[in-house]
Design a binder for this molecule. Structure first.
Ligand SMILES: [Fe+2]
Length: 226
């Protein structure tokens, strides 16, 4: 009996989570200015992280801070969103982009629990300063950005021999200053405990899009007053 030959094979990538990862060089002065901005914001609001606290204070770093570095950061995020839409989603329309952002100031032994930003289209994080982590119980992933696979039945990460459940379905990005990462807002993510003698200063951004053909047809509720 002759062994059948493989005639044709196709491997399809289904239901991918598209993530944009971008690094900027020559950003030292820019990052230093952002760190100062974050410091001011944290001191002014009394909170070091979390959209809920800033939202309560109606705080949006892009409207509350008008310095050139923040405006530059906003433009960098918008450009990256357009690149992700074009390269990842093959979207050639020019969407209207709205941003809401806040600083995250992390010190030794801080973590961010698993959460998502559903209600927005995309989430972005830019890292202005990430001092090297010390070894901790989560050595190697402490302070990383860990995205969880959103497919509830996916168990494929077990094949990689991961020891702990949360690692099996997680893609961890080792973050460093000058890094921008953008992912769909529905993706659950967390920051494993950061052990460091320094700080981890990031800016989180919620991104909302309006399709160009819809933008002009929406009517605000306020405009419907009798
Ligand atoms: Fe987040």
């Amino acid at each position: 009996m002759t062994k059948p030959h493989i005639r044709e094979t196709a491997v399809h990538t289904l239901w991918p989570v598209l993530v944009l990862e971008r690094y900027f060089s020559g950003a030292d002065a820019f990052n230093a200015e952002l760190v100062q901005t974050a410091k001011r914001a944290v001191e002014a609001t009394g909170v070091s992280s979390g959209p809920y606290y800033f939202t309560k204070r109606r705080y949006n770093i892009f409207s509350s801070e008008r310095g050139p570095a923040i405006r530059q950061l906003g433009r960098m995020v918008c450009e990256a969103v357009r690149d992700l839409l074009k390269e990842g989603y093959k979207e050639d329309q020019s969407h209207k982009i709205s941003l809401s952002g806040w600083p995250m100031w992390q010190t030794d032994e801080t973590a961010v629990g698993a959460h998502h930003h559903a209600g927005n289209h995309f989430s972005a994080v830019y890292y202005a300063q990430v001092d090297p982590p010390r070894a901790g119980y989560e050595q190697g992933i402490g302070g990383s950005l860990s995205l969880l696979d959103p497919r509830p039945a996916n168990r494929n990460f077990e094949l990689a021999g991961a020891r702990r459940y949360h690692e099996r379905k997680t893609r961890s990005f080792a973050v460093k200053s000058g890094m921008l990462i953008i992912f769909p807002a529905y993706v659950v993510h967390h920051v494993p405990t950061y052990f460091s003698d320094g700080v981890r200063v990031a800016f989180a951004v919620n991104i909302n899009l309006q399709h160009p053909t819809l933008t002009e047809t929406f009517v605000d509720e306020d405009d419907l007053a009798p």
